[in-house]
Write a protein that binds this ligand. Structure first.
Ligand code: ADP
Ligand code: GLC
Length: 492
């Protein structure tokens, strides 16, 4: 199969969250399975072209935008660890600046930047003279491709038979654009924007809805989230659209890339380990605590360590952590290590905890890939009390590093963490339901209890490390779905 992948992020070139992990891992897995993948990404100003050996080609795309034409210079580079060529689109006007989305409210011209990406990606297929079986668009940034395929390329020699698959990583971000400009930039007839049309939601152009309505198949990143967004307010207003497309909506659970996330070979951690050598985690814990300012003696005590690595946004349930954790810190019952950046109020919340409990709360504000690995390896427990969570990757990383996740049983957390049962010896983590600090506190109590209780502590960690979240399985499920999308395209 030939897959044209369009996204705003991709590991290792440009990352904000799990979207990048997935768009980086899937192409390698597809390529290993014999498929041809053409990933397309903007050449953002802060992508390190030298480090990744990204070079300019002679190809310049002409990109129809509204009633005029714009241009993108094509650069290429290899996806590390694979034979996949990644295509980077350079546009001085749109991408020659640091940052993917801009801070807080985003760049003012994000509508143009991502509509340009969508159109240019389709033009790239023509310029490369390839015939994709599927265009796989990720999140609202690339969603306009789904409508462009149907409206502008339905009889195109390269893209006329191509199916469109749209993957929702997070429906909370929808790409709400000023309608007349968005319709113009996309090259769509203004008349087609009206109340109830496939482009409109609450009077505004809604890129997410466009992706949902025009795709041949729609996926989201876990089966539980697929249900939640259809039937509950987690659909963030797009429940009707999703119900309309219900027969074509599938939840495919994300997977993780064992090349990057594997404690047996991870180069970021001091001692590698497997389920049989899980004591190796102790060296990681000691090393991490000392590197974050504790003495050797403090770092070697038996206090359990709770890790948290995250974008600091409402989604991640940070308010629950801040509300629940203080008594445990006061009573010297646990330590916490936090890595994250995002909303000021959450950064400040963690900062004041770290000031108040300098020996118990270790904090780094910022983005740090290597530290994120060291935290997963060093921690005993991993906190994920999300308000909503389409899938979540960090709990999967935690499990494979023998770090026991404490999760709210929603979205992908519900599909990836099984509550530990000391009677059957089965399960991999600790789950709770209500979005309250009390419910989280009860789970922390359960965690502290489990930590002291052999043989269960050894057993739960062994269970956790033996779960298979391999990206290869996820990639294969997408290929099956692409097959259905192609069939659907042929029926139309
Ligand atoms: P989301 O995509 O909602 O942010 P996921 O759990 O799917 O949540 O993915 C988050 C990804 O971003 C993981 O790879 C995680 O390790 C990484 N990450 C988040 N915050 C940081 C940070 N401050 N430093 C390093 N990595 C981070
Ligand atoms: C989104 C979601 C997260 C998911 C990731 C990758 O950012 O918030 O739950 O794991 O996309 O699909």
């Amino acid at each position: 199969m030939t897959i044209l992948q369009v996204s705003a992020e991709m590991v290792p070139f440009a990352k904000v969250g799990g979207l990048a992990d997935m768009t980086g891992a899937l192409p390698r897995a597809w390529s290993d399975a014999g498929h041809t993948v053409i990933p397309v990404l903007p050449l953002y100003g802060n992508i390190d072209v030298e480090k990744y050996g990204i070079t300019k080609t002679d190809l310049v795309l002409t990109v129809p935008l509204g009633h005029w034409t714009e241009y993108a210079t094509v650069y290429t580079g290899l996806l590390p660890g694979s034979n996949v060529t990644v295509y980077f689109l350079r546009s001085a006007e749109y991408y020659d600046r640091p940052g993917i989305y801009g801070y807080h409210d985003g760049f003012e011209d994000n509508d143009r930047r991502f509509i340009f990406l969508s159109r240019a990606a389709l033009e790239l297929a023509k310029a490369l003279d390839v015939y994709p079986d599927v265009v796989h668009a990720h999140d609202y940034h690339a969603a306009p491709t789904m409508a462009m395929l149907r409206k502008h390329y339905h009889s195109d020699p390269h893209l006329g038979k191509t199916a469109g698959v749209f993957t929702i990583h997070n429906i909370a971000y929808q790409g709400m654009y000023e309608p007349s400009l968005a319709m113009e930039l996309c090259g769509f007839d203004q008349q087609e924007f009206h109340h109830g049309s496939w482009f409109e939601h609450d009077g505004i152009f809604n890129a997410m809805k466009v992706g949902i309505m025009f795709a041949h198949k729609i996926t989201t990143v876990s089966p539980t989230y697929a249900e939640e967004i259809r039937w509950t307010p987690e659909g963030k207003g797009l429940q009707d659209a999703l119900q309309h497309r219900g027969a074509d909506l599938v939840g495919i659970l994300n997977g993780i890339d064992r090349h990057s996330w594997n404690p047996a070979v991870d180069v970021n951690i001091p001692v590698n380990f497997t389920p049989d050598t899980i004591r190796g985690k102790e060296a990681s814990k000691r090393g991490l605590l000392m590197s974050m300012g504790l003495t050797l003696q403090e770092s070697s005590d038996k206090l359990p360590l709770f890790g948290f690595v995250s974008r600091l946004t409402e989604q991640k349930g940070i308010s629950l952590i801040l509300d629940a954790i203080v008594p445990y810190l006061e009573q010297n019952r646990l330590r916490m290590v936090v890595l994250g950046s995002g909303e000021r109020k959450f950064e400040d919340g963690f900062r004041s905890l770290a000031e108040r409990f300098p020996k118990h709360v270790l904090l780094e504000v910022g983005y740090n890939e290597s530290l994120s690995h060291r935290i997963q390896a060093a921690s005993d427990f991993y906190l994920m009390p999300s308000k909503f969570e389409p899938c979540g990757l960090t709990q999967m990383f935690a499990l494979s590093y023998g770090t026991i996740p404490i999760v709210r049983a929603i979205g992908g957390l519900n599909d990836s963490v099984v509550g530990y049962d000391p009677v059957t010896f089965e399960g991999t983590g600790i789950r709770f339901n209500m979005f309250t600090a009390d419910a989280l506190a009860r789970s922390i109590d359960a965690a502290l209890h489990l930590y002291q209780r052999e043989p269960h502590w050894t057993n739960v960690r062994r269970n956790a490390m033996s779960v298979d979240f391999s990206i290869e399985r996820t990639a294969q499920q997408y290929v099956e779905l692409f097959g259905w999308a192609v069939e659907r395209r042929q029926q139309m």
